[in-house]
Design a binder for this molecule. Structure first.
Ligand SMILES: Nc1nc2c(ncn2[C@@H]2O[C@H](COP(=O)(O)OP(=O)(O)O)[C@@H](O)[C@H]2O)c(=O)[nH]1
Ligand SMILES: [Mg+2]
Length: 310
């Protein structure tokens, strides 16, 4: 039996191998993804993002267990683009979330390595694999600190941004990038003092945002005690229902398809240009010397590439 058939049957080891192929990128991954295309089940994807230490992994566990209890097939992807060492081999995926693994969830960490389009593209491909394998819910944990990390959160349907009370100014600033992608705010560690203040602060920040079709709720909760988790799941379900209405899911699919094409295309073009070392080196010399503008250099390199193909 081919790997793709085993993936379609939902065999965890095959799914793991497929995800390794996706991480590496290249012809093998592209062939596999082509074979899996059209076989995706109805999957709901949920992103959990926020600064390190806010309790994302703990929340993923708590949420995952709730979903399993409801009879869902659950997969978890932990993606940390800022760390080159998130590969499953190093951390041991089962060790990451032992309770979830023990109860039948598929748990896996992702590194980027060579996939075209970077980590966000690889994550989107991984979601395709998991959808084909029949998981009903995929929860993606990402560290929300840089643009790459924000991009990864953008490949899922519903983004939960996790914060806690009393983070420093630096982290508050990082929230700015996350404000726009959040569908739900979770103020975690509400078993400790200060959560109410953080909820109020976020709500007043959101009150200044322009009117939108979806207003993100701000929910105090504790991933540790489980308090507020039911409300979080309700908010996630409400956002999913929002997507299902008025053709929004179709529009989302199109927007996502366009971003996926753009990411791979940009990477593809840059790799091709970089492969033409001499031509690129000459252009770099001229731009550095100030005799050529970077815009003209880029246009010339692109034109040369197109001519090569003709
Ligand atoms: N008091 C309290 N601690 C929590 C809660 N959730 C997570 N933690 C703790 O916060 C620390 C970081 O949690 P982790 O899930 O690894 O955070 P991540 O880096 O965002 O994935 C750990 O020591 C957790 O036990 C919570 O709801 N309340
Ligand atoms: Mg974590």
């Amino acid at each position: 039996m081919g790997l793709f058939e085993e993936v379609l049957q939902g065999q965890p080891r095959a799914v793991g191998r497929a995800l390794s192929a996706v991480e590496r990128g290249g012809a093998e991954a592209e062939l596999l993804l082509a074979e899996l295309r059209g076989h995706a089940g109805a999957v709901r994807t949920l992103g959990i993002t926020g600064a390190p230490g806010v309790g994302k992994s703990t929340l993923v566990q708590t949420l995952g267990l709730q979903l399993l209890e409801r009879g869902e097939r659950v997969a978890v992807l932990a993606v940390d683009p800022s760390s080159p060492f998130t590969g499953g081999a190093l951390l041991g995926d089962r060790v990451r979330m032992p309770d979830l693994s023990a109860r039948g969830a598929f748990v896996r960490s992702m590194a980027t390595r060579g996939a075209l389009g970077g980590v966000a593209a690889a994550t989107a491909d991984a979601l395709d694999v998991l959808a084909a394998a029949g998981y009903g819910w995929v929860v993606v944990e990402t560290v929300g600190v840089g643009q790459d990390e924000v991009d990864v959160a953008g490949v899922v349907d519903t983004v939960v941004v996790v914060t806690v009370a009393g983070l420093g100014d630096e982290v508050q600033a990082a929230k700015a990038g996350l404000l726009e992608i959040a569908h739900v705010f979770a103020v975690n560690k509400a078993d400790r003092p200060g959560a109410d203040g953080e909820v109020a602060a976020l709500e007043s920040m959101l009150a200044m945002a322009p009117e939108a079709e979806w207003s993100p709720p701000v929910l105090p909760l504790s991933a540790m005690t489980g308090e507020g988790i039911a409300e979080l799941l309700e908010a996630v379900a409400a956002h999913q229902a929002h997507l299902d209405a008025d053709g929004r899911r179709g529009a989302l699919r199109r927007a996502r398809a366009e971003r996926r094409i753009a990411r791979v295309l940009e990477d593809l073009v840059w790799r091709r240009v970089r492969a033409g070392e001499t031509r690129l080196a000459l252009a770099v010399d001229d731009v550095a010397a100030g005799t050529l503008s970077p815009h003209d250099a880029a246009r010339r390199l692109l034109a040369a590439m197109i001519l090569e193909d003709a």
